[in-house]
Design a protein around this ligand. Structure first.
Ligand code: NAP
Length: 246
């Protein structure tokens, strides 16, 4: 029970890695706000999370809209009264080679993957500075460090998240706020499950540990950063990638 009684807001937690983080943190005793564009799906996930005996609510949130972010944080605070941990997890891809990438593809990805964490972190810092404590954990990607063909928008957004995190870490350490990044590599999701064996084997050859990671591997790093064991860690990146980038 490393997070007993902590109040956590996770963006994009209705499914995928965000949902695994929610279930993992609830297993450590945290109360969870599942914030997602898809409210129905968020409500189902919140019910699953609440089954582990913690409090969990669903909040409608589009991270790229300032009004939606303000409303979601107010709804969360009305229910929970404090915010101990924000996990900036919501993210999208719109992959294509640079010369084919439309301005809309760039804007959509940057709006959700980078402006979203900016807006959410601002709300969180406002609350955490008053509390004089809090943690912000943002989900980046190995692509921020290696680059990847077809992902100029995604790689830029995820690299920007590292700069945003280090800046928050420096600006608000004095207020008791820690900010860190978890950068996953190839993670087993419905998307990677659907790839052909040949592509999967080629991808695995790039991973020294020889396997894709799981959403639970990412959740483990987030839980560690959220816990008291990581209180002296801020402005850092934890890579969860089986060694594919060192
Ligand atoms: P996912 O399965 O697509 O889940 C993302 C969730 O975010 C979905 O529930 C989605 O809702 C929600 N979302 C989308 N736009 C949103 C918005 N504007 N506001 C709030 N929520 C929004 O993605 P995932 O694979 O779990 O990835 C989670 C995070 O890990 C992302 O930041 C991703 O970049 C990062 N990551 C993933 C991998 C990987 O291998 N999967 C690797 C490295 C990093 P809808 O379903 O309704 O759109």
């Amino acid at each position: 029970m490393r997070l007993k009684g902590k109040n956590v807001l996770i963006t994009g937690a209705a499914r995928g890695i965000g949902k695994s983080i929610a279930l993992g943190m609830a297993g450590e005793g945290a109360n969870i706000g599942i914030a997602d564009v898809n409210l129905e799906s968020a409500e189902n996930s919140a019910k699953e999370v609440a089954a582990s005996g913690v409090k969990s609510i669903a909040v409608k949130l589009d991270v790229s809209s300032r009004d939606s972010v303000t409303d979601a944080f107010s709804a969360f605070m009305k229910e929970f009264g404090s915010l101990d941990i924000l996990v900036n997890n919501a993210g999208i891809t719109r992959d294509t080679l640079l010369l084919r990438m439309k301005e809309d593809d760039w804007d959509a990805v940057l709006d959700i993957n980078l402006k979203g964490p900016f807006l959410c972190s601002k709300e969180a810092v406002r609350i955490m500075a008053r509390q004089r404590s809090g943690k912000i954990i943002s989900i980046s990607s190995v692509v921020a460090f290696t680059g990847n063909p077809g992902q100029a928008n995604y790689g830029s957004s995820k690299a920007g998240l590292v700069g945003l995190t280090k800046t928050i870490a420096r600006e608000y350490a004095g207020r008791g706020i820690r900010a860190n990044v978890v950068a996953p590599g190839f993670i087993r999701t419905p998307m990677t499950d659907g790839l052909g064996d040949e592509i999967k084997n080629e991808m695995k050859r790039a991973i020294p540990l020889g396997e894709f990671g799981t959403p639970e591997d990412v959740a483990g790093a987030v839980i560690f950063l959220a816990s008291g064991e990581a209180d002296y860690i801020t402005g850092q990146v934890i890579h969860v990638n089986g060694g594919m980038y060192m």
